[in-house]
Design a protein around this ligand. Sequence first.
Ligand code: FAD
Length: 503
Amino acid sequence: MVGIDRRRESAPSATVIGSGLGGLAAAIRLGARGYRVNLLEKLDRIGGRARVHEDQGFVFDAGPTIVTAPFLLEELWSLCGRKLSDDIDLRLMEPFYRIRFDDGETFDYSGDIDKTRREIARFSPADVAGYDRYMAASEAIYRVGFEQLAHVPFDSWTDMLRIVPEMLRLKSYRSVYQMVSKYVRDERLRIVLSFHPLLIGGNPFAATSIYSLISFLERNHGVYSAVGGTGSIVEGMAALARSQGADIRLDCEVDRIEIENGRAVGARLKSGEVVRSDIVVSNADSAWTYRHLIPAVARKNWSDRRLQRAKYSNGLFLWYFGTDRRYEDVAHHSILLGPRYRGLLDDIFRHQRLAPDFSLYLHRPTATDPSVAPAGCDTFYVLSPVPNLDGNVDWPTVAEDYRQSIERHLERTLLPGLGKAVVCSSVRTPVDFERDLCAYRGAGFSLQPLLTQSAYFRPHNRSEDIAGLYFVGAGTHPGAGIPGVLSSAKVLDSVIPHANQYN
Ligand SMILES: Cc1cc2nc3c(=O)[nH]c(=O)nc-3n(C[C@H](O)[C@H](O)[C@H](O)COP(=O)(O)OP(=O)(O)OC[C@H]3O[C@@H](n4cnc5c(N)ncnc54)[C@H](O)[C@@H]3O)c2cc1C
């Protein structure tokens, strides 16, 4: 690989805490800008929410599976003198998703506009024109919200004031569901067009309509999955970072950010070792970083009280399983809607209680890529949005019952004979998110994507409280999801000086 001379002694140094996609992207960008990077990861493997585990030949991506905005990955590869396609085989999904309503009716959500129009017409011919207008509105938001704002810092009030007129013009005070409802009348189509915030931890009834830009992003740039799984992207990014000289250390939990005279000067590991550096970039959850890695006296803006009052995304219940047979007619990405939409979301986000019903995302990567399972088998995971740890659900007690009710539901709907076909199985709950990933409140996606928690109102990429400390990942601007966290690393190029600007 093309890269800088390995770890030039005189170059300024950066400590990156965490190897999520945001941390890896930061390591690549900092390496390309001349920094010597030490990346410290708590777990025994890289990737954070995107890490991989294997069980009896089944390969499980733990988290992200829907790859959008591939041009952001392409940028990272080109910074290192390579092409994304040299290392990663991305496959366009068709359909993007298959959505199954509780009565068994399905909607294929496709990148092909005519196919999607036909699906819309099958449900409600009168809504086809509204769908076209909705996509035009989504594009207008994308042009501003993504193209102009996702990769720029929001350091000051003036940065925020500058965008207020545009935000008002685009009516970003509306929720995604309110916006969709202006354009289509059929309740099922409103669900099909509004569920996207759930992919990044937002309630469609509360998330700012800025997030309806996802509809245009997907249609214009495609929805992909990587051959070998998202894990191949994680590995590819780690190889790029190393080619720039980064040292990636596993099993290294940071328990304190070292601060001297109000400036971050390194990180102390649980083992007691101190890694000193010119700057520190935290890819650990921003709320966790402020709450647990920085003493309260050093934080003017992010007090414990403010962190406690912020609104965090939902939690996730995940069941990873392999089957000794294939379910050929199940799509790569399926969404199984339950009997309730708004009521279920209210239970998850407002009442924070575990409902007996659920809506599920089912991932079957073997639909596209049989290499991630033994021959003749299928790899799956199923995800159910649940309350985060504010919900006081006793997960160790209820997890197995909850898993069984999901299994019964899948057996009744898409996967007949599932109970007998399962050959390996594991679950993760919000408790695991908190313990393994240091996710504040066990939230799946850090802070919720609300207007009042966006841009200037999110923990800044350049810390407001501590000089030399920066943030990347889901808990900073612009937010969760692969495009979000890759964009957060891009913001660093605007707020961190180039290595050659040091004396
Ligand atoms: C189940 C699931 C499915 C998803 N599906 C999609 C999808 O299909 N498409 C999409 O675009 N997005 C999806 N997302 C969202 C997306 O995966 C995340 O927003 C993104 O991967 C988060 O990246 P991050 O950079 O914030 O880092 P994280 O993945 O949160 O990683 C942070 C890292 O920091 C480490 N760390 C934390 N504290 C410390 C410490 N003190 N010391 C050292 N290391 C520490 C953690 O161990 C972890 O490795 C999904 C998320 C989940 C959970």
